[in-house]
Design a protein around this ligand. Structure first.
Ligand code: SAM
Length: 327
């Protein structure tokens, strides 16, 4: 039986958070002061791999490691290797802020990682400090170059789009991406951080398209444009590469959602905005057989709601912020 929810959505995509710790403090993502989990709360690599081994025959064939900052988890390349070696897993990806990437890019590539997204909202050091509450722009850029050098292709750059802020970063990021053969993707700002979100604060995908067309080059849907995919992909008509948009607010993609999330402390979530989570760590650490873990995965998928309802008065923000769920 495929892993399908009550709306007929097939689930094959698992995001795994490996830590809630982060070496940045992005204002839209997490609070400045955080009490991180005890390390003993985190799933071990063996527990994560057991979970994936159980989920894979149910239909999960794509995993992405995230956090917190996943590169802060010691020996992450070992986990990548363990996951990439699982016969049912065809795709292992990573989302990172890039601060520690220059040192780890080669080991990650050798371990079997092929897909990498680096989060970077600005190329201006002062604005970087303002947005992340830390220094480190140079290191992120070195990390991006290192990723390209060791063979990651494509390297994608993720930038959160916030009205009153991102307008000034759109063109520099686009030009940087075009120059270095990267794909920048703008992600609409979502109500999942520690700050006060309002819909008016989202700088929408269509506005960025207009800005890029005015300042850089005309855009047309990319050849593989899939209106159901989370990222809407466009290409510049002058041959300058591609740009993507994750329009979670202006164009929610819940009807095609295929994702599940495993938090670093072993809670299973069927939506980024889910208000309930299921404790799988208790099963993994107890004597529960694999069949009990599989049952919980099926039930969690089956119970998935229709969508996140960001755009309605019914929306309720989850208690955990993005860094603790896994972005
Ligand atoms: N530390 C890693 C990183 O920076 O990529 C992985 C975790 S981070 C939570 C994953 C992604 O979530 C990043 O691209 C980040 O920009 C994005 N993100 C965090 N808060 C967000 C928000 N309120 N709206 C939209 N995207 C957000």
């Amino acid at each position: 039986m495929p892993l399908t929810d009550s709306f007929g959505r097939l689930h094959n995509n698992l995001r795994i958070s490996v830590t809630d710790r982060c070496n940045l403090r992005c204002t839209y993502c997490m609070p400045e002061e955080v009490v991180f989990m005890d390390k003993g709360e985190l799933l071990t690599f063996e527990e994560i791999v057991r979970f994936v081994r159980v989920a894979s025959p149910l239909g999960i064939d794509k995993v992405r490691l995230t956090g917190g900052e996943p590169l802060m988890r010691r020996d992450l390349a070992r986990l990548v290797r363990m996951l990439a070696d699982l016969p049912g897993i065809r795709d292992v990806g990573l989302t990172t802020n890039g601060i520690l990437l220059a040192d780890q890019a080669e080991a990650l590539y050798e371990a079997g990682l092929r897909r990498i997204n680096v989060s970077l909202d600005t190329l201006d050091p002062d604005r970087f400090r303002q947005l992340t509450r830390r220094d480190g722009l140079e290191r992120v850029i070195e990390g991006i170059y290192a990723a390209k050098r060791v063979g990651f292709d494509p390297v994608k750059i993720n930038a959160v789009s916030i009205r009153g802020s991102t307008e000034q970063d759109v063109v520099p990021l686009a030009i940087f991406a075009r120059r270095h053969g990267l794909q920048v993707r703008f992600i609409e700002y979502m109500p999942i951080g520690a700050d006060k979100w309002e819909r008016d604060k989202v700088y929408f995908a269509h506005e960025i398209v207009e800005q890029l067309e005015r300042a850089v080059a005309p855009l047309v849907p990319a050849d593989r444009y899939d209106p159901r995919a989370p990222a809407m992909e466009f290409r510049y008509t002058d041959g300058g590469g591609e740009v993507g948009f994750i329009a979670s607010v202006s164009r929610p993609f819940c009807t095609n959602c295929n994702r599940l999330r495993l938090t670093s402390d072993g809670k299973l979530r069927n939506c980024l905005f889910a208000l309930d989570e299921v404790d799988v760590k208790a099963l993994l650490r107890g004597k529960a057989p694999d069949s009990a873990v599989a049952d919980v995965i099926r039930q969690n998928v089956q119970a998935k709601w229709e969508g996140h309802e960001i755009n309605t008065a019914r929306f309720v923000k989850p208690l955990r912020t993005m860094h603790a769920i896994g972005g």
